[in-house]
Design a protein around this ligand. Structure first.
Ligand code: GLN
Length: 486
């Protein structure tokens, strides 16, 4: 028998329901695995060992409940979801000792579904980054090769699942932060449609871009988690009040007959590493063998996506981060003698370089003299980016392309912030358009031997389509081995 921690979330959930494994055994297996792998992976900022074991024992005492799709399943959360009584740092010094007094809506929903939360995952500070090197506390490594980054900003959430420390995790995606680490770590990562999942209790970065989603080792696992966390929430006015489809029921289609896949010219050309292009083209060919038709589509605004995203994301961040002033939350400088000095010193000490850079640029693009030239213009381009997608989805059901131009790079190799921003070229348009996307592991790069992800993009609320198409591809391609060799 394989170790408990090697099971997918779906397999484990079934064994727990059948009482072949107890919740306590499941949690203990993950805690042991955490102990064995954390010294090199450094995925977690907080491990809730005692609380998790206590929760597991309580579940075992009550017995399995078939109404609870995540009953007894150990999960990890990116450290930007508020957890009642458990420190929530956002990867930042400014929140180093912040202990929230309430659970985020997604946390409430996971618990109601029977999940057991075992840890809070490392991340780029305030979700700003693509490698998890921007955390104020530690750099997480990639379980496939610990000299490389796991991707970001949900790098801890991804590395924890890939290192088999938990069955699945939640991340957040403002410009690719679920899909990119999923791709780098050989996982399924799903960014839902804007408004599909409540953001209440999630520390905001770019409020018009942020969405919460799962990172898992299978498509079915992702469908299971999404079904739990999706839905309207009166505490998040941007959460959409449309029924949540049965994502699990959407799975199991025989092949891809009748599915048309759009291939954006802009995603398949210049700048793409040959090993990524090769793996992605092979995956598209596999979908064609399953009966899918491919058509070229145009996402003609792609060249402007990075500039547009970084103006809007930084503008929103500068406004969202104004609340960290040393008074209401987190770190406060104790030497300052007057108020403004206290604000300045607390924020200077509490925020890292990347966060400060973004607050400064974000404030600039929103300032009276420059608003029209930058923020106003970016908002117009954003509209055109969405229009590109709307036009493309008139001729196809899903769009396919790479997640990132390269596979996971070595820690420290991308030192220039602008260079780091360019890695988001294939992921950020989707957030600007508010649409759903999924990264799917499709193989290992011929040169680096590191996982490669294919990105499937869908129309608004097309998550069920993405999952069902993705599952066929997952079944067709050889499964990646588990990163058990740590
Ligand atoms: N890499 C992008 C950024 O740094 C996206 C981050 C995210 O999705 N949270 O802003």
């Amino acid at each position: 028998m394989s170790e408990i921690f090697e099971l997918t979330l779906t397999e484990l959930a079934a064994r727990l329901q059948a009482r072949e494994i107890t919740a306590e055994q499941a949690v203990q297996s993950c805690l042991d695995r955490i102990q064995a792998t954390e010294p090199v992976v450094k995925a977690l900022l907080t491990v809730m060992g005692e609380e998790a074991l206590a929760a597991a024992r309580a579940l075992d005492a009550a017995g399995p409940d078939p109404e609870k799709p995540l009953w007894g399943v150990p999960m990890v959360l990116k450290d930007l979801f508020t957890t009642k009584g458990v420190r929530t740092t956002c990867g930042s010094m400014i929140l180093e000792n912040f202990v929230p007094f309430y659970d985020a809506t997604v946390v409430v929903k996971l618990k109601e579904a029977g999940a057991i939360l075992i840890g809070k995952a490392n991340m780029d500070e305030f979700a700003m980054g693509s490698s998890t090197e921007n955390s104020a506390f530690q750099a997480t490594t990639n379980p496939w090769d610990t000299s490389r980054v796991p991707g970001g900003s949900s790098g801890g959430s991804a590395a924890s699942v890939a290192a088999l420390q938990c069955s699945g995790s939640l991340g957040s995606d403002t410009g690719g932060s679920i899909r990119l680490p999923a791709s780098f770590c050989g996982l399924v990562g799903l960014k839902p449609t804007y408004g599909r999942v409540s953001r209440f209790g999630m520390v905001a970065f770019g409020s018009s871009l942020d969405q919460i989603g799962p990172l898992t080792r299978s498509v079915e696992d992702a469908a299971r988690i999404l079904g739990v966390i999706a839905g309207h929430d009166e505490r998040d006015s941007t959460s959409v009040n449309t029924p949540v489809p049965d994502y699990l029921a959407a799975l199991g289609r025989k092949d891809l007959q009748g599915v048309t896949i759009g291939l954006p010219e802009e995603y398949w050309g210049e700048g793409l590493d040959p090993e990524v292009e090769q793996a992605c083209r092979a995956a598209v060919a596999a979908m064609e063998e399953q009966g899918a038709k491919t058509v070229p589509v145009q996402l003609s605004m792609t060249d402007y996506a990075i500039a547009t995203y970084y103006i809007i994301a930084m503008a929103e961040a500068s406004s969202n981060l104004a609340r960290f002033d040393g008074v209401r939350y987190g770190h406060r400088n104790t030497e300052a003698e007057e108020l403004v000095d206290m604000y300045t010193k607390s924020r200077t000490e509490g925020f890292g370089d990347e966060v400060q850079r973004r607050i400064i640029i974000g404030t600039y693009v929103l300032s009276a003299g420059y608003y029209d030239a930058y923020y106003g213009k970016a908002a117009q381009i954003r509209r055109l980016i969405r229009k590109d997608f709307d036009t493309a989805f008139k001729t196809c059901d899903v769009i396919a392309g790479p997640v990132c131009p390269s596979t996971a790079f070595k820690v420290g190799d991308v030192a220039d912030p602008l260079q780091m921003y360019l890695l988001d070229i294939f992921t950020i348009s989707l957030n600007l358009a508010g649409l759903p996307g999924m990264s799917l592991p499709i193989g290992l790069g011929a040169d680096s031997g590191m996982p490669v992800g294919l990105q499937l993009l869908g129309p608004a609320f097309g998550e069920a389509t993405l999952l069902s198409v993705g599952e066929v591809l997952e079944r067709t391609l050889p499964r990646l081995p588990l990163a058990t060799g740590l």
